[in-house]
Design a protein around this ligand. Structure first.
Ligand SMILES: Nc1nc2c(c(=O)[nH]1)N[C@H]1C(S)=C(S)[C@@H](COP(=O)(O)O)O[C@H]1N2
Ligand SMILES: [Mo]
Length: 576
């Protein structure tokens, strides 16, 4: 890929060779620096070429993306948690950098051990290429063509590596002859013989003679220049192919133009315009509706799936009386609904921001399930995305009267591509990992004792009802506030149960009621504010919510694994 191509051309490798041109330096070192560079640049070339081949096939088929996806799917959760703890949601970037670093190390090694007569480096390349091809064809949406980028990329790279190695050997043997006179160390002996024997390679030896036709002293410099040019050319090709591949691929597969032209249906009873009393508009307080660009994004996809409405279809099957198959156009015949629903991620720590509220447009999932006719002994709805992600929702929850939906619109626009375009699931009251499948194409009615969804396999709870939670948005933790009145404000959520009360505690004082904003629906969060007249000094503020059933959120501190964090949020502020 392009990143490792760039790395290959980094000045570190070039520096070594510059020193070699000084008379009397070790010719073996000269060769090994060149070999290192040739390995790294060739690997970059393999990855760049693979990106280009992957362009028409699909970005997921490029080796780094395919490997990355497999690494993501197989990373133990403890490791994942730690990585996310360290680098936040840059985890995907970190993964690519790590993979590129491994590629550079392996490639440097392959370049160093490659010889014209003993193509050990080429064999190493081939092994990695075939492994990558094997991984690519086992990705969720893959066909056999997904092997092509890795196979063709590595095939071409081996040809390049062989060519570079021949030139390096010719160069080494030339340096060998010029540096032998002053009496080079015997340590070079076996190296000299090895490469000396190989110089007679037909094509390159001839080329070397051309440039070395002047004096032998300057010929090494000229040869080195030629070699450097060849290496730079490979690096440039690697970058160009990678960039072009990515660019062409994104143009070929992007659904953003199509998305912009989508005409959303108008629901017969649109969500009434939101009660202004739902939005307290306090500085620092999260707005009631989360704009698409501010909405958190969580998924396992290394490249955002590009699913066109034309190719999209949904299959409802499994333990049902009638299997259903829907195309995007079939949705038009259904009755659209629009609902306010707050999504929450199970990985949201207390006080975290993996929660957002939007107006979703779509179609009743309960209606669709009723048409399919689930068998009485079924209890799980396993939804699957084009990228292989799965979520397992309790059938009873989806059919208990709440507005679980097949969503196609978010805040008045077609779903943003990274939020599941063209169709995703939204279920009020369930954490995203057990319900909110983006790019959904398959719904299987089954049983919890027969199937396991993506995160359940990785140690998370099979059931994921959203726990009552609240967050203090303002003042921020660590803030300094002036004297006088301070608005302590935040949001609280208990989707599909609603929020009855929020209380605030200053230091170890009594719990005091906050004022609640209007609650347009029990499926979304509710803003609250507490007017605080502080005394000077440092204070710790805590908050807790009571849901619509009268249950106070638990004070017990629990981490996000396996079914959501609990405990009261707190901020410490200085009043001065
Ligand atoms: N295809 C797919 N859908 C997915 C996921 C995923 O990894 N892949 N993650 C789920 C999780 S864990 C959450 S919290 C929500 C987040 O939805 P958002 O990215 O639109 O906020 O999507 C859910 N749907
Ligand atoms: Mo999540």
């Amino acid at each position: 890929m392009t990143s490792s191509g760039t790395r290959g051309t980094s000045p570190g490798t070039g520096g070594t060779q510059r020193d070699d041109t000084r008379p009397g330096t070790d010719p073996a070192a000269a060769g090994s620096g060149l070999r290192t560079a040739s390995g790294i640049l060739t690997a970059g070339f393999a990855l760049g070429a693979a990106e280009l081949v992957a362009a028409p096939i699909g970005s997921g088929s490029a080796p780094l993306t395919a490997l990355g996806g497999t690494v993501v799917d197989h990373t133990p959760d403890s490791v994942r948690e730690r990585v996310i703890g360290l680098v936040g949601t840059n985890d995907k970037l970190v993964l690519f950098i790590l993979m590129a670093a491994v590629a550079v190390i392996v490639a440097a090694f392959a370049g160093r051990i490659e010889r014209s007569r003993r193509p050990v480096g080429s064999v190493l390349f081939a092994v990695f290429g075939l492994a990558a091809a094997g991984v690519a064809v086992t990705r969720p949406a893959a066909s056999w063509t997904w092997a092509l980028p890795s196979v063709i990329g590595v095939g071409l790279a081996i040809v390049v590596l062989r060519g570079l190695t021949r030139r390096i050997e010719a160069y080494e043997s030339k340096r060998e002859t010029t540096s032998r006179a002053p009496g080079s160390g015997s340590a070079d002996e076996d190296h000299a013989t090895a490469s000396g024997a190989e110089v007679s390679g037909p094509v390159d030896a001839g080329r070397e003679t051309d440039s070395g036709a002047t004096t032998s002293g300057s010929s090494a410099v000229v040869d080195r220049r030629g070699l450097m040019r060849a290496l730079a050319g490979v690096g440039a090709l690697a970058v160009a192919a990678g960039v072009a591949g990515r660019f062409i691929g994104s143009k070929l597969h992007s659904v953003s133009a199509e998305r912009a032209a989508v005409q959303l249906p108008v629901p017969p009873s649109p969500e009434p315009s939101i009660d202004p009393a739902a939005d307290l508009r306090i500085p620092g307080l999260t707005p009631y509706l989360t704009a698409d660009r501010d909405f958190y994004r969580i998924d396992t996809a290394l490249t955002v799936p590009q699913v066109s409405t034309e190719s999209w279809s949904l299959r409802v099957h499994g333990m049902v009386d009638r299997e259903i198959r829907l195309g995007y156009a079939d949705l038009k015949a259904r009755r659209p609904i629009e609902r306010l629903v707050t999504l929450t991620c199970v990985s949201n720590p207390v006080g975290g921001d993996l929660v957002g509220n939007a107006r979703w447009l779509g179609y009743s999932l309960a209606d669709l399930l009723a048409e399919a006719g689930p068998h009485p002994d079924a209890d799980m709805v396993l939804s699957r995305s084009v990228d292989g992600f799965t979520a397992g929702s309790p059938l009873a929850t989806l059919t208990d009267g709440r507005d679980a939906m097949l969503a196609i619109g978010m805040n008045g626009e077609p779903l943003p591509i990274e939020h599941g375009y063209p169709v995703r699931l939204v279920v009020p009251g369930l954490y995203g990992y057990v319900s909110a499948t983006k790019w959904v194409t398959d719904i299987e009615i089954t049983r919890f004792d027969r199937a396991q969804a993506y995160w359940t396999k990785r140690g998370w709870s099979e059931r994921g009802p959203i726990k009552t939670g609240t967050r203090i948005d303002t003042p921020r933790d660590g803030a300094s506030v002036g004297g006088g009145r301070v608005a302590v404000a935040g949001v609280a959520w208990a989707q599909h149960r609603g929020i009855n009360a929020v209380e605030v505690q200053i230091d170890d004082g009594p719990w005091q009621s906050a004022r609640l904003a209007a609650e347009p629906t029990i499926d979304s969060w509710r803003q609250w504010v507490y007017d605080w007249t502080p005394t000077s000094g440092t204070h710790t503020l805590r908050a807790r919510a009571t849901d619509g059933t009268g249950q106070v959120q638990t004070s017990e501190v629990q981490d996000v694994v396996p079914d959501g964090a609990t405990g009261y949020p707190s901020v410490t502020v200085r009043v001065g």
